[in-house]
Design a protein around this ligand. Structure first.
Ligand code: NAD
Ligand code: ZN
Ligand code: ZN
Length: 338
């Protein structure tokens, strides 16, 4: 089968033929029809994070396809089912995090396209228990970006604890952020969008943002504080450490900043402001299978729709370069010939 393989960090992935994997106990083999390209794939390929994938590996964790073969002891999924391959390849199901509904924090989890091979391939393995069903009526290309960008921002917004009518600042209007704007609107929140590019901000406005700030021209902290008296919540998806301090600065007292972007590095946190304003700073990593079902239901109901362009798997290196230089609008979704 055709696959894109990362062989050395920081180099283009290699398009090559690799053996078709065999589904083992509790696993299914999925024919991938579409796979979103997330900035996390780029971090993985570049070896950006402290815990690196083991080379060589196949990236991809927004895979949407059809079950082609099932391994032993699989009854919950059958051949022909439409399923997603998401970041959470599996979790142990027994630890305190799994048992308390926080499986994305499971220390024994595996991650598609990182610690196990992912969806930048014509066929990929999923754990049957974690192969989330794609709702009828939602196409593969439409479903793919929801499998990571959608669920991550939907869950991140829930973690802000903002309520209908509250303002949320979405920082970074890329693959994640443009879906965050839509989930926020669907949840009844009012959106201020922040990015470095006017075209991204124009997209945010079209999707429902009422206030936009280009950080290359204006300081988001002073704009948000002056115009709306600060926001109850912020969600930082930007791939820039500079955006993180602003995610805290835009808050009004009692506000919550949820961090989901993962640029390597750290950022200064103003202790005085956090304490005296009673702010909450919270990290959020993808979502549970239930969060993913809910996020997909929003898409199936037409309440969110990824802005996407499609490219063939063979174009994956161009797509990655586009992400690197900030040229991608919304998401690029890979499709697979034959
Ligand atoms: P993307 O490249 O599609 O979007 C990033 C956006 O950030 C772009 O629109 C870019 O213009 C914008 N940006 C760059 N500098 C900025 C700044 N200073 N201020 C505001 N915006 C700025 O990337 P993506 O696929 O949306 O992923 C975003 C980040 O989220 C990545 O670091 C990725 O690894 C991470 N991520 C985290 C999770 C999670 O579970 N926490 C899940 C998926 C992705
Ligand atoms: Zn992702
Ligand atoms: Zn666990």
């Amino acid at each position: 089968m055709r696959a894109a393989v990362a062989r050395t960090f920081g180099s283009p992935v290699v398009l090559t033929d690799v053996p078709i994997p065999e589904p083992e106990l509790g696993e299914v083999l999925v024919r991938v029809h579409a796979s979103g390209v997330c900035h996390t794939d780029l971090h993985a390929i570049d070896g950006d994070w402290p815990v690196k994938p083991t080379l060589p590996f196949i990236p991809g964790h927004e895979g949407a396809g059809v079950v082609e073969k099932v391994g032993a002891d699989v009854s919950q999924v059958k051949v022909g089912d439409r399923v997603g391959i998401a970041w959470l390849h599996d979790a142990c199901g027994r630890c305190v995090f799994c048992l308390s509904g926080r499986e994305a924090l499971c220390p024994k989890q595996h991650n598609s396209g990182y610690s196990v091979n992912g969806s930048f391939a014509e066929l990929a393995i999923a754990r049957a228990d974690f192969a989330t069903k794609i709702p009828d009526g939602l196409g593969f290309v439409e479903a793919a970006p929801i499998l990571c960008a959608g669920v991550t921002t939907y869950k991140g917004l829930k973690q802000t604890e903002a309520r209908a009518g509250d303002w949320v600042v979405i920082s970074g209007i890329g693959g994640l952020g443009h879906l965050a704007v839509q989930y926020a609107c669907a949840m009844g929140l009012r959106v201020a969008a922040v990015d470095v590019a006017d075209d991204k901000l124009a997209l945010a406005s079209r999707l429902g943002a009422e206030l936009v700030v280009n950080v290359k021209k204006d300081d988001p902290v002073s704009v948000v504080q002056t115009k709306i008296g600060g926001a109850q919540a912020s969600l930082v998806t930007a791939v820039s450490t500079k955006a993180f301090a602003a995610g805290i600065g835009v808050l009004r007292p009692g506000g919550t900043c949820v961090l989901v972007g993962l640029p390597p590095g750290d950022f200064p946190t103003p202790i005085f402001d956090v304490v005296l304003k009673g702010l909450t700073i919270r990290g959020s990593i993808v979502g549970t299978r239930l969060d993913l079902e809910e996020a997909l239901a929003f898409a199936a109901a037409g309440k969110v729709r990824a802005t996407s362009t499609t490219q063939q798997l063979g174009q994956v290196n161009e797509v990655l370069d586009g992400l690197r230089s900030g040229r991608v609008e919304g998401r690029v979704v890979l499709t697979y010939e034959g």
